[in-house]
Design a protein around this ligand. Structure first.
Ligand code: SAM
Length: 229
């Protein structure tokens, strides 16, 4: 059985996609998506030997080697332009997801949808999408076994559109998520705010240095954004 988190990621895959799942680890996501009839075929990319072998094993065990190609390599290096129509990148930090997209920009030809699930730092991912002509079209926030995850879905389009109301707050908390404001969203940002306030308190006790003052100002700005939401 697939985790609630990965199942939520797959729910955004357009029907009949050719999928690349980057950082696939056990290749659970592409195997599940195929068995559910969501995709035509898939490439599972992995850069680390252990997870790459796990992906190969899983694909063999489920008898899907004819439709799921496990490839070893860094990020989007494992695909060619116009080879896939949808890309999933899940379970990594936002900075790593951003780096993978940036380094593999030329491989995005033919891709219609990106489904990205940063464990932390979703802002970095939203910023990359905004700067690169990918319009955020849906978001989901969910709790899976006590951890909160965000899923960002982007299609080619007007990347500025989601941020017309409030760009800074939208980039930090997500334009759709901050509109919906469900219980999990409120829980997440209540926790974040408390955490930042604690650090601000510690910085107030600390020696006054330029670095500390800058950090404090940055945190206070974020606290303000969250409070205004
Ligand atoms: N996507 C799966 C999920 O969400 O459950 C696995 C997440 S796992 C925490 C992250 C995986 O990404 C690891 O298996 C790691 O080896 C792989 N990874 C990290 N950097 C990568 C890169 N630049 N290219 C491909 N895979 C990478």
């Amino acid at each position: 059985k697939l985790s609630k988190r990965l199942e939520a990621v797959t729910s955004f895959i357009p029907k009949n996609s050719v999928l690349a799942d980057i950082g696939s680890d056990h290749a659970y996501l592409p195997c599940y998506a195929y068995l559910q009839g969501m995709i035509e075929r898939a490439i599972a990319g992995e850069v680390v030997e252990g997870p790459y072998q796990s992906a190969l094993d899983q694909v063999r065990r489920t008898d899907l080697s004819h439709v799921i190609d496990v490839r070893k390599g860094d990020g989007l290096e494992v695909i060619s332009p116009n080879e896939v129509t949808c890309i999933t990148i899940a379970g990594m930090g936002g900075t790593l997801i951003q780096t993978i997209l940036e380094k593999g920009k030329d491989k995005l030809a033919g891709v219609q949808r990106l489904i990205l699930q940063p464990n932390i730092g979703a802002k970095k991912v939203r910023e990359w999408l905004l700067s690169n002509g990918w319009e955020l079209t849906a978001e989901q926030i969910l709790d899976d076994e006590g951890r909160i995850y965000e899923i960002l879905v982007a299609d080619r389009g007007d990347s500025f559109k989601p941020y017309l109301n409030n760009k800074e707050a939208g980039l930090l908390m997500g334009p759709f998520l901050s509109q919906e404001k469900n219980d999990i969203f409120i829980q997440k940002w209540t926790n974040e705010r408390a955490h930042w306030m604690k650090i601000v308190g510690q910085l107030e006790e600390a020696p006054v240095t330029e670095a500390n003052e800058m950090k404090k100002a940055e945190l206070k700005a974020k606290i303000k954004l969250v409070e205004e939401e």
